[in-house]
Write a protein of this length. Sequence first.
Length: 201
Amino acid sequence: MFTRSVLLRSVASTTQFAARQRMPSAFVSARFQSTCPDITEADIERIQTAWEHVRKINPKDSGALLFKNIFHEAGDAAPALAAMWDFSKDDDFDMNDLDKSKGMRKHGAQVVLTAQYAIDRLEDAGRLIPIVKDLGHRHEDYKTLEGHYPVVGAALLRTLSMALPAEVWADKEVQESFKKFWGFTAFYMLEGQKERRDHIA
């Protein structure tokens, strides 16, 4: 089971954004939502029930799929985005053959397990929000940009559309609930990044 400290170490080790990496202008100029969506009990039930299907998949496989979709959503900026992670420096990393990358698969698995940690604790938002903000603090140190959030969010939804049974993802309420989940996560991570900037200033 992941404790809070393990969660933080997991995200820190799997989100090694290079501080000196020059980001494409599309990421720099993009803006995410300014309000946090209201996640209801019904949303939580839909998210947790659907996630049980993801839980049955090897996290390395679902994580690899997530990163393939992140690069898909990034489009022409995918090579620059890939360069932000340490696994892109491995000999087996090839943008044209991502399945070969052991580092990306390991990284992706940790990201999926981090999402799972949050999903399992959605009922206790009071305790979860500070943890998500802490992740935002760390992402500020990694020079994560606001424009990265919609890319990862779109990739998450695309991954779910491929990983979940068709009849589950066909439910528009399930889709909307997962959009809220990402909106919640991104909102409080961005809040954490702002707190970190204000603290440094």
